[in-house]
Design a protein around this ligand. Structure first.
Ligand code: 26V
Length: 824
């Protein structure tokens, strides 16, 4: 402890240039972070060296998004120095919790996809897998959300303004990135046609490394994020021509590339700067991968034995064309050889089946920005379609006439003609990869049967499932110390590395003393949340209420509106004196809406309007409260999830690819009210469906309802409570003086076809909520179920997910000597 104290003081003085006697929390947080980083870097260097020494196959996880959140507490826990640090900082006059508050969340992602990437890096580090995360260091992460007059207002998230003590910026290792320009043809000595892309503009990519430690194992992996740097300052001529201001302007223009994260998910916007971000990130990453590979290899055909590249959705899929370009134009390999290398190296994960989220890029834009890549994509397509034709004809399918073949080719082509000629990035990713995986069982089945059914027929082995998981280090151990300590006192700490060990809790569910201790841990977390809400929102929570929580991105398919209709109905019953047996509850909502997503923003407004009305109504507000948590982010989730008793997972069946929040809640002892969707299905199967509150129509039922003509008006006319709730929303009951403010929401349900079947599930949802309220009155039974929920969540560790990727997709093994947590 004395060593850590000395290091912290030294960093306050020599790294931060401050007087250690001026007790600034900001300085002491930064100094502590630097002292922790010192303790990581040796192991990082040793880890990297061991990969070379053991000629380990490396995994590269390519993701445009990461959501690491805060690093301090996680790193202290991984290093096993949390208690030491707590004492050391307390000696220096600080509470560790207060210091941790100084850190800004690294919010370099939108939601589930980015957080999954961060959980996966944690698991690779913990399992000893030789892995790297590659991404972009956005200057501005996901916007900061404030709620003004009930509405979302976006503020810039200048997360690096306060400095980032965790990152190593490597300004001396720059990689060139080219855009535009033209392609020249030439003939090589064997008379073969060759191509050279001569650049237009050049930008530089600078690596910034963030260290990711494993749990108690000395294995530290790297998240390398690229930042755009102009090459203008390296080109003195630019300044010397006398156009100084012009040169500076160009510099600013170039560096725009890594300026900001696109804050929308599920809605594809197709902007030029976004494509630039993708290629910038991809080419820098591929150059870095090949640089490392070429240190030990000359023969490029050995690449798939040494390197596995996982594409996190299609955002980095242009990597397939980039690797082809390098192999063809720089290494001068033949097409077939190059293509084999690519397909064996790449694997692709799909994260959504919503058609509006499937990426396409206009051919005209690609031709201009990446002319050689566009040529390569055309060539990939031509060869692929010939192969499709060959396979289709070789099959003995009598009904396959020419017309069908043409249709098949149109459907699977990399190029779509309408509304504008574009490249389908998912098709490129599928054809260029040896593995295509979905992220939960149902999601994968839907990929096979619907979204990519033609590809499933063409390559029956390619599509596979890897159900998501979450890291127990952050989402149980670090976020929920009261519960973790209780668990550890009965079954030891092995569950942090091997989550299956939680099954040892099962017999304890029958033990009244353990149940009481379990409830006490939950209450402690509820009280912590109460204190936080009081500080931040100046609101007093009732900790005896059932805490009912719905936090995730705001999207129509996630159906926050369904939850809101339940709240309005509960409000009406209470007002009308029809709810004598109502179980008091506080309903929490939290989440960001894409700034351009009108309906999602209006949903936020409606939630806040209902909250204001309900909370101000003294007839009901001792029994029902609604809280909107502004600026939902990773660190807020870490506070809220441990305090949650009821987890809302109520997406339209078939729409939520997996969900990972669902797992975090159950792991922390919340019961789930949910639809038969995403990984919630597998959770119900692992836990026992009777221990969750499952309701609503299933995916196949919705398909047939749609086919037979879904008429939301039938539900409106047939259900008095539903009608009352919708009529109130449409009137000015929650928006005094602003009649019609929420009419778009209601009209969308009643006259816009209710694409996400909110009305169809309303009555069943109410029934399930009634069951929830009733069970909560029986605290012993509630607690028993809560314990069994957590005890059966072992499968949903990201360690299990990553082990499956490693074995079934990447063919990589953990580094020897690290598997049992014995440090190398
Ligand atoms: C799409 C787009 C479209 C263009 C603009 C930027 C952008 C950014 C992200 C996305 C993909 C969103 C897909 C996504 O986040 N899917 C979520 O992935 C989670 C991890 O697999 C999964 O748990 C969620 O169910 C799924 O919605």
């Amino acid at each position: 402890m004395e060593g850590l104290k000395k290091d912290v003081i030294r960093h306050v003085v020599s790294s931060l240039g401050s007087d250690y006697a001026s007790k600034s929390a900001y300085n002491y947080y930064n100094a502590l972070a630097l002292a922790v980083r010192d303790r990581l870097i040796d192991n990082w260097i040793k880890t990297q060296r061991s990969y070379y020494d053991e000629k380990a196959k490396r995994v590269y996880y390519l993701s445009l998004e990461y959501l690491p959140g805060k690093s301090l507490m996680n790193n202290l826990h991984c290093l096993g120095i949390y208690e030491t640090a707590r004492k050391a900082m307390s000696d220096l006059g600080f509470s560790l919790e207060d210091l941790a508050e100084q850190e800004w969340d690294a919010g370099l992602g939108n939601g589930g996809l980015g957080r999954l990437a961060s959980c996966f890096l944690d698991s690779m580090a913990t399992l000893g897998i030789p892995g790297y995360g590659y991404g972009i260091r956005y200057d501005y992460g996901i916007f900061h959300q404030v709620i003004e007059d009930g509405k979302q207002v976006e503020q810039a998230d200048n997360w690096m303004r306060v400095g980032n003590p965790w990152a190593y910026e490597r300004g001396q290792h720059l990689f060139p990135v080219r855009f535009f320009g033209e392609v020249k043809n030439w003939t090589d000595e064997y008379g073969r046609l060759r191509h050279t892309w001569t650049a237009g503009d050049t930008v530089l990519a600078m690596p910034c490394d963030m260290l990711v430690p494993g749990w108690d194992n000395h294995h530290v992996i790297n998240m390398r994020l690229w930042s755009a740097r102009s090459d203008v300052e390296f080109d003195l001529d630019f300044f010397n021509t006398g156009n100084y201001l012009g040169a500076v302007e160009e510099k600013i223009f170039d560096e725009k590339i890594s300026k900001v994260l696109y804050p929308s998910d599920q809605i594809e916007e197709g902007r030029e700067l976004r494509l630039k971000q993708q290629y910038f990130f991809v080419t820098a990453t591929i150059q870095d991968i090949l640089r490392r590979f070429r240190k030990k290899h000359q023969d490029m055909t050995e690449l798939p034995q040494s390197v596995a590249i996982q594409l996190n959705d299609t955002h980095p899929a242009i990597a397939i064309a980039e690797l082809m370009r390098i192999l063809l134009d720089e290494d001068l390999l033949d097409w077939e050889v190059a293509w084999d290398i690519c397909v064996s190296t790449f694997a692709y994960t799909n994260h959504t089946i919503l058609p509006e989220a499937l990426e396409t890029w206009p051919v005209s834009l690609l031709e201009r920005m990446l002319p050689r890549h566009m040529q390569i994509i055309y060539e990939i397509n031509a060869r692929f379609l010939r192969e499709v034709e060959r396979v289709a004809r070789s099959e003995d399918c009598g009904q396959l006439c020419h017309r069908d073949l043409d249709h098949l080719k149109q459907r699977v082509s990399l190029i779509q003609e309408r509304p504008i000629k574009s490249v389908r990035m998912a098709h490129l990713a599928i054809i260029g990869s040896h593995s295509v995986n979905g992220v939960a069982a149902l999601h994968t089945e839907l990929l096979k049967a619907r979204v990519f059914d033609d590809f499933q027929r063409l390559y029956p082995q390619k599509i596979n499932n890897k159900t998501n998981g979450v890291t127990p280090r952050r989402w149980l151990w670090s976020a929920n110390q009261p519960l973790s300590r209780l668990i550890a006192s009965h079954i030891g700490t092995g569950f942090v590395r091997n989550l299956d060990e939680l099954t040892q809790l099962e017999p304890l569910a029958a033990d009244p003393a353990f149940r009481e201790a379990w409830r006490a841990a939950k209450l402690e977390n509820k009280q912590r949340l109460q204190a936080y809400i009081k500080r931040k929102l100046m609101r007093e929570l009732h900790t005896e209420h059932l805490f009912d929580v719905h936090i995730k991105r705001i999207h129509e398919y996630k159906r926050q509106v369904l939850n809101l209709l339940h709240v309005v109905t509960a409000y009406n019953r209470l007002r009308h004196g029809q709810a004598a047996d109502f179980t008091p509850r506080t309903v929490f909502f939290g989440g960001k809406a894409a700034p351009s997503y009108f309906m999602a923003k209006r949903i936020i407004h409606a939630i806040n309007a209902v909250a204001a009305t309900v909370n101000a109504d003294s007839r009901v507000n001792d029994k029902l409260q609604v809280v909107y948590l502004p600026n939902y982010c990773v660190s807020q989730a870490e506070r809220v999830i441990p305090a949650t008793e009821l987890s809302e997972q109520i997406s339209t069946a078939g729409m939520e690819a997996s969900g990972t929040g669902n797992m975090k809640f159950a792991l922390n002892g919340a019961l789930t009210i949910g639809t038969w969707d995403g990984a919630t299905i597998e959770m119900a199967q692992a836990i026992g469906p009777e221990l969750l509150f499952i309701f609503g129509m299933r995916e196949d039922e919705l398909v047939s309802l749609r086919q037979h003509g879904y008429n939301p008006m039938l539900y409106y006319h047939g259900d008095e409570e539903l009608r009352e709730a919708l009529d109130m929303l449409r009137s000015d009951a929650f928006s005094p003086g602003q009649h019609g403010l929420f009419a778009p929401l209601v009209d969308n349900l009643l006259h816009g076809g209710d694409r996400f079947f909110v009305l169809a599930d309303y009555r069943q949802y109410l029934g399930a909520q009634q069951d929830v309220g009733r069970l909560y009155l029986d605290q012993e039974e509630w607690t028993r179920r809560s314990i069994l929920n957590a005890a059966r969540m072992g499968f949903f560790s990201s360690d299990r997910a990553i082990s499956q990727y490693a074995r079934e997709i990447w063919d990589v093994a953990p580094m020897a000597g690290l598997q049992n947590g014995k440090g190398a």
